[in-house]
Ligand binder design. Structure first.
Ligand code: SAM
Length: 231
C-alpha cells in the first residue's frame, strides 16, 4: 500500500506545538508501560520530530526512530542534544525495514491512527521485537466520538472504519492531517493475529482546566495506552 507523508506539510506546526515535555498523563503512562529502558535497544515507530525518542535516550536507551516524513525527521536532526539517536526515513509497514535487526522494545506514541497499513506495521513490529519484548503504544481512544466542534477520534459512525479529517475548530492537527479510524476490536484482533498478547490497557484521564473549551473531554475516554507482549 502506498502511503503519503501528510506530516511533511505540518512539521513546523507540529514541532512548535509538541515539546520534549513528556509529563502529560498519556505519555507518562506510555513510558511506564514500556518499562525500564536503560541499556536497552528501543525502536520508536512513527517517531515524528523525535520528542519521545529523546526522552528514551535521556533515560539511557539506545534508540532508533523511524518516520515516513522527511520534514519531521529534519526537525529531529535539528535537536540541540542529538543523544546518539539513529533516525530512518521509511514506511514502518515495509517488509524489509531494518532487516536483520532486533530490539528489546518498540514504542509508538500517537502514530497508529496516522499509519495507513496497520497489518503491515504490526508484522514489522513482530519481526523486529525480540521474543517476550514489549510493544507499547498510545492512541486517541477509538471509542471516543469527540466533543462536537472541539476534537475527537472520529466523526459519524463508530463502525465506519475509514480515513477522516476533523472539522472541530480546536482539532487543529487532525483538520490538517486527518486520521485512520479503526474500532477497538480491529486493533485488538490485529494485535492477536500478529502474535501479540495485550498485557495491559490504560485510559489516562486528560488534565484539562475547567474553564477550557476542551473541559468536556475530561468525562470521556480520550486516550488509550496499551502494553503488548510479543508471544
Ligand atoms: C501524531 S505524529 C506522532 C509523532 C511522535 N510519535 C510524537 O509523539 O510526537 C504521527 C507520525 O506518524 C508518522 N507516520 C505516519 N504514517 C507512517 C508510516 N507509514 N511509517 C512511518 N511513520 C508514519 C507521521 O509522519 C508522523 O510523524
Amino acid at each position: 500500500m502506498t502511503t503519503s507523508a501528510r506530516y511533511d506539510e505540518v512539521a513546523d506546526y507540529y514541532a512548535t506545538g509538541w515539546s520534549d515535555d513528556l509529563s502529560d498523563p498519556t505519555t507518562a503512562t506510555l513510558l511506564d508501560q514500556l518499562g525500564p529502558v536503560a541499556g536497552r535497544e528501543v525502536l520508536e515507530i512513527a517517531c515524528g520530530h523525535g520528542r519521545v525518542s529523546r526522552g528514551l535516550a535521556r533515560l539511557g536507551a539506545s534508540v532508533t526512530g523511524v518516520d515516513l516524513s522527511s520534514a519531521m525527521l529534519a526537525k529531529a536532526a535539528e535537536a540541540r542534544e542529538p543523544l546518539g539517536i539513529t533516525y530512518l526515513q521509511a514506511d514502518v509497514a515495509s517488509p524489509d525495514l531494518l532487516a536483520g535487526r532486533t530490539f528489546d522494545s518498540v514504542v509508538c506514541s500517537f502514530g497508529l491512527s496516522d499509519i495507513d497499513d496497520l497489518d503491515g506495521t504490526l508484522a514489522t513490529v513482530h519481526r523486529l521485537l525480540r521474543p517476550g519484548g514489549v510493544f507499547a503504544f498510545s492512541i486517541l481512544h477509538p471509542c471516543f466520538p469527540g466533543v462536537e466542534g472541539v476534537s475527537g477520534a472520529w466523526q459519524g459512525s463508530y463502525y465506519d472504519e475509514r480515513w477522516w479529517q476533523a472539522d472541530g475548530s480546536l482539532s487543529t492537527l487532525r483538520q490538517q492531517v486527518g486520521a485512520n479510524h479503526r474500532t477497538l476490536s480491529t486493533y485488538f484482533n490485529a494485535l492477536r493475529r500478529h502474535g501479540f498478547l495485550v498485557d495491559a490497557l490504560e485510559e489516562p484521564q486528560p488534565e484539562i482546566p475547567a474553564d477550557s473549551p476542551r473541559a468536556a473531554m475530561t468525562s470521556y475516554p480520550v486516550f488509550l495506552v496499551a502494553r503488548c507482549l510479543r508471544a
